[in-house]
Ligand binder design. Sequence first.
Ligand code: RIB
Length: 300
Amino acid sequence: MKDKKVLNFGSLNIDYTYTVSRFVREGETISSKDLKCYSGGKGLNQSLALGRSGAKVWHAGAVGADGKFLVEELEQAGVHTEYIHMMEEPTGHAIIQKTESGENGILLYGGANQKITKAQIDETMEHFGEGDFLILQNEISETIYLMEQGYAKGMRIVFTPAPMNESVREYPVAYTEYLVLNETEAEGFCGKGSLEEAIKKLSEKFPSVKIILTLGKQGAWYIHGKETYFQQIVEVPVVDTTAAGDTFTGYFVGAIIRGMEIWQAMAMAAAAAAIAVSRPGAAPSIPVWDEVKYVINTIK
Ligand code: RIB
């Protein structure tokens, strides 16, 4: 399986991260203590995590002239970038409020991410086939079409329904092999309820799908039919939680591609996410494989 290719058709964002003492409220103006600009986007973050985990990854998507540095960052991690289109539209960006305890709130501007067309998808998908992985999030246009095309080709689809919105309920989620989501995204599918209810409802709704429910500090669950597995977090001082979920997903898939068992992939993903939350920023916080192995060996 190691020679299988990974296509991540996903967002590329410029992240403007403002450090605040608390999130701004409606009708209010507050001052931030710091501003940093990072590479980000759920797609780019997942591609970097996959690349740093050693997978053969192609990132497809779109940026404007202001986003060339995002493409360069992917290339430095060994991610192939020939299917990223340069557009007149500006690159997507995110305005991120980050508190001193590391929590974040994100406002997105889609920009070039929302200009992906069926034609770009068709051209890109010609280079991939049965058994290759297709990684998707919900930050670009034409995600339903991508799922349909990937499924028709027999690709192994991994979907993160983030950001969650009304339209995600219409997506053909049953086409996916892995659905990786957090509590808020789970609520979007099943409504509010306890953890047990969410697990039950998700597995009834998507019986064929391998579900990974990430719960922040409360760890993560793997659920597939009657098979369940719980992964606890690796405790670290939290600096910035941005991209923790993306790092988890990228490392989980990277570990599966390396032939690891589910429990090993969950452990690698949790260790990688822990390293990411202990560092500032999105993309720059994502560790390389050896760092993750070191954490795994240390906690044993
Ligand atoms: O998941 C974190 C990412 O969400 C950030 O990098 C930001 O760009 C948004 O896409």
